[in-house]
Design a protein around this ligand. Structure first.
Ligand SMILES: Cc1cc2nc3c(=O)[nH]c(=O)nc-3n(C[C@H](O)[C@H](O)[C@H](O)COP(=O)(O)OP(=O)(O)OC[C@H]3O[C@@H](n4cnc5c(N)ncnc54)[C@H](O)[C@@H]3O)c2cc1C
Length: 440
């Protein structure tokens, strides 16, 4: 009896999970290795961060999703090394190390938050990529209102009541919109000293408009909508510095401004998984500025037909970092591997079908581009709602998400406001005090 073809998949995001599912009928042993035990539905992370949804709703256990797929084994582990010549993947959890051999490898390790070479901003301006990030942002946002309530002087409360969101792509716009809704609707009556409606939300963007990937008309309308909601949109502004006192922004006209704030949320940049660099060094593939791997048109590495790179890690034909690119890449690579195992002709070229993009601005308002159709307002929001429910994994999650949306969008409440000081990772304490404590 010949040994089965061994497929290793790295990552349990859109690329990794969908590749595993697509290999359901393959005559192969599939091993999915991920540093997290769940599949994160990243498009709804901002709703976990702002108390609408729980993490369980958008991050079901990978093991549970794949439990009926007998040819898949799920392993927890942070992949530290990929050895292309030995065809092995080394992963670890603490001191426990696992080496897994493969015949075919699908690398779908995604991206992390990018700070354009200013990694020192990270402790003061966390990004939103994972469940940990979303819970930290939730703690920082709700915690900032708590800290404002404790201040004796109104002037001391102000930086706590000033929220700066950096980057006006979909994530930045969605976060800014939700903080306004939170302060105007949910928290309105919850405090005694402060009025949460006094919160300022500032959206800083380096380009000329918000949601620029949606085209000039949608961008302009979205900008107007945000301003009507009371969001202070500052365009052509690059963040020069972030520290515990606030953000320094340099504008294209040469002026510089310091915004005093204790809550900065970073939605401005992405950097591909560092595993991309390992692959590039061993295969000679190029990397773009965001560290994405220049794969061949069939998503494989130069000189390595057996290694596929998909999703947010690839630089190919200017494809965007969106879920559909990862899912379609997963489908294509799984199809190629299946054809290889079955000795059938393999598809040779990956081609991406753009199904459109959408972003919410606030309750009942969104923008959506589908082909040449540009939708906005309530209709776009309903389309957004429908698509997100459709793609959420699991019937239970769909049902409870609908319930939480009713609570937040028809009512005023948020079901998931729980946070701990631990989750705010020191953001709510004085930085000097924290450093002193750490120094003993
Ligand atoms: C806040 C936010 C909102 C978004 N909104 C939208 C949207 O509305 N529409 C849309 O189409 N796209 C959206 N995206 C983009 C979309 O989520 C990504 O394009 C998609 O998740 C990419 O899939 P992926 O499989 O390449 O990476 P991911 O989904 O990020 O998955 C990467 C996986 O690899 C694992 N991993 C990483 N490094 C290692 C390692 N060293 N070892 C083991 N495992 C590892 C991670 O834990 C994760 O499971 C959004 C992204 C974010 C962050």
């Amino acid at each position: 009896m010949t040994a089965k073809h061994r497929v290793v998949i790295i990552g349990s995001g859109f690329g990794g999970l969908f590749a595993a599912k697509r290999l359901k009928r393959a005559d192969a042993e599939v091993t999915l290795i991920s540093r997290v035990s769940h599949h994160t539905f990243q498009p709804l992370l901002y709703q976990v961060a702002t108390g609408i949804l729980s993490q369980g709703e958008i991050a079901p256990a990978t093991r549970e999703i794949l439990k009926r797929q007998d040819n898949v084994e799920v392993l927890l582990g942070d992949v530290t090394t990929i050895d292309l010549s030995a065809r092995t993947v080394t992963s670890s959890v603490g001191v426990l190390q696992t080496i897994t051999e493969y015949d075919s490898l699908i690398v779908a390790a995604g991206a992390t938050t990018g700070y354009f070479g200013n990694d020192e901003f990270e402790p003061f301006a966390p990004g939103l990529k994972s469940i940990d990030d979303a819970l930290e942002l939730r703690a920082r946002v709700f915690g900032a209102f708590e800290m404002a309530e404790l201040q004796q002087e109104a002037a001391d409360a102000e930086p706590w009541m000033t929220f700066v969101v950096v980057g006006a792509g979909p994530t930045g716009v969605e976060l800014a919109g939700q903080i306004v809704e939170l302060s105007h609707r949910t928290l309105k009556r919850d405090f005694r000293r402060i009025d949460p409606r006094d919160a300022r939300v500032i959206l800083v963007e380096g380009g000329d408009g918000v949601l620029s990937s949606f085209g000039p008309k949608q961008s302009r309308r979205a900008g107007e909508q945000l301003e009507r909601m009371g969001i202070d949109v500052r365009l052509q502004g690059m963040v020069e510095d972030v520290d515990e006192s606030g953000v320094t922004v340099k504008y294209r006209d040469g002026s510089t401004q310091h915004i005093a704030t204790r809550c900065v949320l970073w939605a401005a940049g992405v950097a591909a998984s560092p595993l991309g660099r390992q692959l590039a060094e061993q295969s000679g593939a190029g990397l773009d500025r965001a560290g994405r791997v220049q794969v061949r048109s069939d998503l494989t590495l130069p000189g390595h037909d057996e290694v596929f790179v998909i999703g947010d890690m690839i630089a190919l034909d200017d494809l965007p970092g969106v879920a559909q690119v990862a899912m379609q890449g997963a489908k294509f690579s799984a199809k190629k591997i299946r054809a290889r195992i079955d000795g059938k002709p393999e598809p040779t070229q990956f081609s991406y079908f753009d199904k459109g993009s959408m972003a919410t601005i606030s309750r009942f308002r969104a923008v959506a581009n589908v082909g040449s159709l540009e939708l906005r307002g309530f209709l776009a929001w309903v389309a957004w709602l429908f698509i997100h429910i459709l793609y959420l994994v699991g019937f239970r999650a769909k049902l409870s998400t609908l319930g939480h949306w009713a609570v937040a969008f028809i009512g005023r409440a948020r079901s998931e406001r729980t946070f701990t000081l631990e989750q705010a990772r020191g953001a709510l304490t004085d930085e000097r005090e924290r450093r002193d404590l750490e120094a003993g």
